[in-house]
Design a protein around this ligand. Structure first.
Ligand code: SAH
Length: 425
């Protein structure tokens, strides 16, 4: 079988050879044959030497997306099954304890524009490329064969699909089922609604980052003036006996809490009190339900509010916490929006830092691809300068182990997660 061929320009940057999985229109010298949207096309260099096979879409800026570097691979249903199986085997190997995780992470699993997330016995699919869109039945078939799931739900309800010339789509792939699933993460039960939650229902990318909170959730009692008397009795700064078993735990503010995953981890690791703030009433209700499900209700409080207003108000009220967590949505949806987004990030971080007690902890994240790690850290430094704080970085993390990153494709490396100690200046 002969395939259409895209001849790349002679004097191009060798991005493809450096692991970048996309070809842009400007990199193509000529196209041989008459490829239709979604077709397989061979990518060759200027003298016709084979480089890769990919999916073609003339409507997209990502005119070709690499599927395989092998000329022999036949891009058929069996190859899809094999790729999805391989991706799942990698996850079982890397995160053996996870019953819920990302199974396929798009380009990084050589299935460009395909996301598959496993929520216990429910699988969620998100399709972001035309090449996968026209072959989606292969994806569903592979999922049924590998996982025999209780149900498959599609969350292709994202505006970026328009860049591929695709409409948004959401719903049951086959027969309807209860879309609420209790996933297990780091020993916690987390109720997720795959039809309602953010993205595909929940954020698996912060699994390891949530676990990284552990050492910071205790060790705060003596700083608050708690003393252990000779008879072993605990007394607080006012000399009163302490009965709270979580007396040594952190007081935590979890901003942009969504369904409360950071709150749950904080409680699991010994926090004294966690305040969740989210603008969405629905998310707050889910978070409260999750606290109840895990027996943490008495250590939590829930506020439906705009975090920008809430943070500013608490600063005005001189309120402080041991640990402040900021995990906002992506403020920069595209490269043009970056300046405005930076102002937003700086504002919440500046106010957030002011709310941290001296030598307390700021946990801060950004999931905007368009904000590079160096710019993120630079923004934090500027915020610290304005807030009269000095930051000491104790951990810098990325997305979890089930979200691998192709070197050469910074687009797949979107999540930045930093833990700082915050000192007054
Ligand atoms: N920390 C969460 C993920 C946060 S997603 C987790 O680990 O699961 C971002 C959340 O921010 C969403 O729940 C959204 O409702 C909320 N949000 C968006 N804009 C907001 C604002 N201005 N104030 C407060 N919450 C906001």
């Amino acid at each position: 079988m002969t395939f259409p061929k895209a001849f790349l320009k002679k004097n191009r940057k060798k991005r493809l050879e450096q692991g970048h999985p996309w070809v842009f229109p400007g990199e193509i010298e000529t196209i041989e044959g008459d490829p239709q949207g979604g077709d397989v096309i061979h990518i060759v260099n200027h003298v016709g030497h084979f480089l890769a096979q990919g999916f073609y879409n003339s409507q997209s800026q990502l005119i070709i997306r690499v599927v395989t570097y092998s000329e022999q691979d036949e891009i058929n249903e069996n190859l899809f099954l094999k790729k999805i199986e391989q991706a799942w085997n990698r996850r079982k190997w890397l995160v053996p304890e996870a019953t819920s995780c990302r199974v396929v992470h798009g380009e990084a699993d050589f299935l460009p524009g395909l996301i598959i997330d496993k929520y216990e016995d429910v699988l969620v699919v998100q399709i972001l490329s035309l090449g996968i869109e026209v072959r989606r039945q292969w994806v569903y078939n592979a999922i049924i064969q590998i996982f025999n799931p209780r149900g498959i739900y599609e969350r292709s309800d994202v505006p970026v699909r328009r860049l591929e010339g695709l409409q948004e789509r959401e719903g049951f792939v086959d027969k309807p089922f209860d879309t609420k699933v209790t996933v297990l993460e780091n020993g916690l039960k987390i109720l997720v609604d795959v039809a309602e939650g953010q993205k595909t229902g929940y954020f698996f990318d912060q699994r390891e980052n949530r676990a990284a909170l552990k050492p910071m959730m205790t060790g705060w009692g003596t700083g608050r003036g708690v003393k252990v008397e000779e008879n072993g009795l605990l007394i607080d700064a006012k000399g009163k006996a302490i009965k709270n078993p979580f007396w040594d735990g952190a007081e935590v503010l979890d901003c942009f809490s969504h369904t409360g995953s950071f709150m749950l981890h904080a409680c699991l690791y010994g926090a004294k009190k966690v305040t969740c703030v989210d603008i969405s009433e629905k998310a707050i209700e889910m978070a409260r339900g999750n606290a109840l499900l895990n027996g943490f209700l008495h250590r939590t409080e829930f506020i439906a509010a705009n975090a920008f207003d809430y943070l500013r108000e608490q600063v005005k009220n001189d309120k402080t916490w041991d640990v402040v967590i900021l995990d906002p949505p992506a403020f920069a949806k595209n490269r043009q929006a970056i300046e405005g987004a930076l102002r937003g990030y700086k504002e919440i971080n500046l106010q957030g830092m002011k709310l941290v007690r001296n030598s307390g902890i700021l946990v801060t994240a950004s999931c905007s691809y368009h904000l590079s790690a160096p710019r993120f850290l630079n923004m934090l430094q500027e915020a610290a300068a304005d807030a009269h704080k000095v930051l000491r970085l104790i951990e810098f993390r990325r997305a979890g182990i089930d979200h691998p990153v192709l070197l050469g494709s910074e687009e797949t490396d979107y999540l930045k997660f930093a833990i700082f100690e915050v000192f007054n200046r």
